[in-house]
Design a protein around this ligand. Structure first.
Ligand SMILES: Nc1nc2c(c(=O)[nH]1)N[C@H]1C(S)=C(S)[C@@H](COP(=O)(O)O)O[C@H]1N2
Ligand SMILES: [Mo]
Length: 415
């Protein structure tokens, strides 16, 4: 809340209280609590009696609807999945993963260099990019390290897998810029480089660059947030977060991958037999319940089980939900629009009659891929695997007293 507004509201509230002098607030606990809330929030008791503040230059959330990212390790912050509705993540709640902090970039000083195996090396400033045909696309962005493997029962979806968010991204198709520069024969990979202190670099196959990659300058209708890569970032629909290079400053076209640190020592997954998956770009189908989850406290009666499902390979076609720990499954309703490579909201009414329950969801995408169990993942990856690309079915336990807890299970994939 901005200082001026809260001060204004406060004065307004005092005036309202003064005009109501003589009224008594005796007795009921409810009334007293309302009064205390009013003190904290500055909201008048009866909004029909006093005109509220007028329009303002910048909106703000209701003080009753507080939303926060949770931060950890000075390097990540998670989206409060359990507190959001629909599929779009408000930009100020988009998860963050910075390998060396957020650079402060003046767009007038920033340019994207496209060079290497091209006919004409080119440099694009933000003003140049804004003149190219714009494309917009709603899509999720997920870190491939999006599973906290040491989570305990008192863990929210935000804290166990909050490194996924969704925005409407707007920018220029990367293919448009590459055609402008002209690809030379043999062009098959490109290097994307960021201008942060990490100088993040990743190799991207040219097919993806020409397919649906976007040099994005906007997020949910406004300029990118500094945390999301202002003034420009690479957006690769359905591909692991790490390859979506922020603060993009250079694209070098080549005839082979560059074998950067982030695709050799990191972001590869050892699998059985002493082998490793490299360039595992695509995010596999996944789902997570958002309600009811920890820290919900359930009352007996009807509830709606809700969550998000997504796949880097296309559309979600089915989400099944269980309330008995996987003995029986029911198809949830998908709330449209169901977009490819996008968070999809699902819901299923459920009546809690008391007693224990174990809630979980299982997503299937249009390629027929079904979200695996934790056991199946461990079996496939073998021991000593790094915690990347883990998308297990996750369970939430409803205790007989109505508490909802994360069914934390040990992960024995990490050595
Ligand atoms: N330049 C640069 N790009 C980057 C990163 C970074 O640290 N520097 N982090 C990567 C990682 S690991 C992820 S998961 C996503 C996170 O994007 P976000 O912070 O917008 O959610 O950005 C990727 N792009
Ligand atoms: Mo990441």
């Amino acid at each position: 809340m901005s200082e001026s507004t809260s001060e204004w509201t406060r004065r307004r509230m005092l005036a309202a209280l003064a005009s109501a002098a003589g009224a008594t607030f005796a007795g009921p606990t409810r009334e007293v609590r309302a009064e205390e809330r009013e003190e904290e929030s500055g909201a008048p008791r009866d909004p029909t009696k006093v005109p509220g503040p007028g329009p303002s230059a910048l909106g703000e959330r209701s003080p009753f609807a507080s939303l926060r990212r949770t931060t950890a390790f000075g390097a990540i912050s998670g989206t409060p999945l359990q507190d959001l509705h629909g599929t779009i993540t408000p930009a100020d709640l988009h998860f963050e993963r910075h390998h060396a902090g957020i650079p402060a970039i003046d767009p007038a000083e920033h340019a994207l260099l496209v060079h290497g195996l091209v006919e004409r090396p080119l440099r694009f400033g933000l003003r140049d990019l804004l003149r190219f045909p714009a494309v917009s696309r709603i899509g999720f962005l997920e870190c491939s390290g999006n599973l906290r493997i040491d989570a305990g029962p008192e863990t929210t979806p935000q804290d166990v897998c909050g490194l996924t968010s969704q925005s409407e991204w707007t920018g220029v198709a990367l293919g448009t810029l590459l055609r402008e520069a002209g690809l030379r024969p043999g062009a098959s990979w490109l290097l994307a480089e960021g201008s942060d202190a990490a100088v993040m670099t990743r190799s991207i196959p040219i097919e993806k660059a020409l397919d649906d990659a976007i040099v994005a300058y906007a997020q949910n209708g406004e300029a990118l947030r500094p945390a999301q890569g202002y003034p420009i970032r690479l957006f690769l629909p359905g591909w692991e977060g790490n390859a979506n290079v922020k603060w993009l400053r250079r694209i070098e076209v080549a005839d082979r991958p560059f074998m950067t640190r982030e695709e050799t020592s990191k972001y590869t997954e050892p699998i059985r037999g002493g082998r490793a998956r490299q360039f595992s770009f695509t995010m596999d189908a996944r789902s997570v319940l958002t309600t009811p989850t920890y820290p919900a406290q359930l009352e007996p009666g009807w509830h709606e089980i809700r969550g998000l499902a997504w796949s880097g390979r296309g559309r979600i076609v089915r989400v099944e939900v269980t309330s008995d720990g996987g003995r029986t499954w029911q198809d949830a309703r998908l709330l449209g629009p169901v977009l490819p490579k996008a968070h999809t909201r699902f819901a299923l009414p459920w009546r809690w009659t008391g007693g224990g329950a174990a809630l979980a969801s299982r997503a299937t995408d249009e390629t027929g891929y079904v979200q695996p169990t934790r056991r199946a993942l461990i079996e496939a990856r073998g021991p000593g695997s790094l915690p990347y690309h883990l998308n297990p079915i996750m369970t939430w336990i409803v205790e007989p007293d109505g508490r909802v807890l994360y069914a934390a299970e040990p992960w024995d994939v990490a050595s």
